[in-house]
Design a protein around this ligand. Sequence first.
Ligand code: ADP
Length: 299
Amino acid sequence: MTILYPVSDDSGQEPVRGRIRIQTGPVPQPIPRSADDRAALHELRAVVFDIRDLSVYYGEKRALTGTTFPIYRNLVTAVIGPSGCGKSTFIRTLNRMNDAIPGFRIEGQVLYNGHDVYDTGVNRVEVRRRIGMVFQKPNPFPKSIYDNVAWAPRNLGLRSGLAERVERALRSAALWDEVKDRLRDSALSLSGGQQQRLCIARAIAVEPDVLLLDEPASALDPVATASIEELMHTLKARYTIVIVTHNMQQAARVADRTAFFSLDRADQVGTLIEYADTETIFRSPRDTRTRAYVTGQFG
Ligand code: ADP
């Protein structure tokens, strides 16, 4: 007998809607838990980014080479590795944020939902609307809290229901209760942690599909860091999140999957060393370089 039932995972969250797995036998089997099974379950999710043999150059300098891996929907994927290994270069390549840098070019492919982000004719504004980004240092505009969040929707002509949209974004960023009575105050009057959550609200106000976070908590104190990490757990139900972090504990706390990048010994070019579910990367990595990094022996 063949039973069709929704794919779940080990996160305790809702099953992945609309995807089914064929299971033979009269009774559905318990959800498997081994590392390989966890990886297999992740791999049943939709692929949002399919990165294929990606190399990135700044002029003559090759910053990243031979990087191939998928990024899955509604998971948090962390990118970790020593300074200079191309983490920031990589994440900024996903939404064409590096385009303005003279000499920047890529080889290979970045497929987003099956479409090459670097195809000629791709609308970069649309790419950045769907793939939002938050940077290391909170960078609110010197405008009111409300105008910061309303900025991108206004630019895109999304004027109807703007106040509701702003409220929704601020609620999603867990900031609404703290600012609802002072929406006209300057965003610069907020604390660093609040400013970073405002930047997250600004990014999600246009309802993107993906959130790219480039060391979003590295300029924040531990309390503000904890609230950003907590936020990621809720946001991943709606968004696919990619986070660059130099903080390994943070990757272990927030990420479902982790990509470890390092510098190739021979030519000192950044490259992907290992990619797996986060527990495997931290507890039983396959590569000795990953093990050395996560146990603090270098980096
Ligand atoms: P990470 O985020 O891992 O610290 P980066 O992506 O910032 O690494 O940098 C990877 C490499 O690319 C480094 O050697 C860095 O000097 C170089 N690089 C980064 N940005 C530029 C740029 N705008 N122009 C030239 N080289 C750059």
